[in-house]
Design a protein around this ligand. Structure first.
Ligand code: PLP
Length: 355
């Protein structure tokens, strides 16, 4: 039975018997083999596995960290939580705050949040402030609201978030029986790559197992860690990683260097191609940002990184959020759609033409 990440991994998290556990039974998400995608990329059939973080209660990995951050905020006597968000942190904070009976304030970049995520913040009763500015500016304001007004900050600069999110690494290693050889994932504010690396390092220390190469991917127009400098006006269709000044950038670079991995960048067109491939080859619908890691994998496979790999190669892609978060992007993909008169002769003609 799924217990939620705090009960499941209590011994490895900063909680005690006194911590009031606020959980929606997050975690225990599927690790799905992707044989058709593996073949398409020219890899051994058992190589690629997809960690479906969209199966968390609010539809993204943010819930793993939020259960710990909100539980600790409650334990420490907070009355309200605040965050800046491209959408998913806000959705998660809103849901966990509702469950804890806490006030929740979310600062969102005006006009740059996917529809499903907005819907979640609204329905869970968060106070939404649409900032005329980007995520990076919203985060500055959230930090200020926290330090000057005493609201508990639940962005991933909150160390409890990172602690909760590292449980993703525990689950991957348990499901495969060992850590993967490579992990591909999107990088925005860089909290998640920091958390996974912390998780894998703990497993290595505890069980003497190997470490994966950490392969993080940013969007082409929002790639400060690749360029080595902040991006003042980040641009990409992948709104969850539209971040120009990653708060955990240093840690992400350390994960890259210590693991012998890389931080690369992929174009929006590559992200959309990977997004379609996942949906049409494997039946998996993730949000565009989640596909950035898979786009990175496609690019590395094409460049020959895995040439000559044997059947034991294991590559995990973290699909960070559910596709239904962003119901508008699919409309821009080529698809078959005909509006028809309600009779069979017409239908037969259309199907003949399509086939
Ligand atoms: C938050 C988020 C990211 C980026 O994660 P970071 O920890 O900010 O690097 C990627 N994809 C989705 C769907 C997200 O919600």
């Amino acid at each position: 039975m799924n217990q939620g990440v705090i009960e499941r991994y209590r011994a490895f998290l900063p909680v005690s018997e006194k911590t009031p556990v606020v959980s929606l039974l997050e975690g225990s998400t599927p690790l799905l083999p992707a044989p058709r995608l593996s073949r398409e990329l020219g890899l051994p059939e058992a190589a690629v596995w997809l960690k479906l973080e969209g199966m968390n209660p609010t539809g993204s990995f943010k819930d793993r960290g939020m259960t710990v951050a909100v539980s600790k905020a409650l334990e420490e006597g907070a009355r309200a939580v605040v965050c800046a968000s491209t959408g998913n942190t806000a959705a998660s904070a809103a849901a966990y705050a509702a469950r804890a009976g806490l006030r929740c304030v979310v600062l969102l970049p005006d006009g740059a949040v996917a529809a499903g995520k907005l819907a979640q913040s609204i329905v869970h009763g968060a106070e939404i402030v649409a900032i005329r500015g980007n995520f990076d500016r919203a985060l500055e304001l959230a930090r200020q609201a926290s330090s000057e007004l005493g609201l508990a900050l639940v962005n991933s600069v909150n160390p409890y978030r990172i602690q909760g999110q590292k449980t993703g690494a525990f689950e991957v290693a348990e499901a495969l029986g060992r850590p993967p050889d490579y992990q591909f994932m999107p990088v925005g504010n860089a909290g998640n790559i920091t958390a996974y690396w912390a998780g894998y390092r703990e497993i290595a220390t505890r069980h003497g197992l190997g470490l994966p190469k950490m392969m993080g991917f940013q969007a082409w127009g929002a790639a400060p860690l690749v360029l080595g400098r902040p991006v003042a006006e980040p641009k990409t269709i992948a709104t969850a990683i539209r971040i120009g000044r990653p708060a955990s950038g240093e840690q992400a670079l350390r994960a890259r260097d210590e693991s012998g991995g890389m931080i690369g960048r992929v174009k929006d067109a590559e992200i959309l191609r990977a997004y379609r491939m996942l949906a049409r080859l494997e039946g998996v619908f993730c949000e565009p940002s989640s596909a950035a890691g898979v786009a990175g994998l496609a690019s590395e496979a094409k460049a020959g990184r895995f040439k000559g790999a044997g059947p034991e190669l294991r590559i995990v892609c973290i699909l960070t959020g559910h596709g239904l978060k962003d119901p508008d992007t699919p409309k821009s993909l080529p698809h078959k759609w005909t509006t028809a008169k309600a009779d069979f002769a017409t239908l037969k003609k259309i199907l003949g033409r399509n086939g």
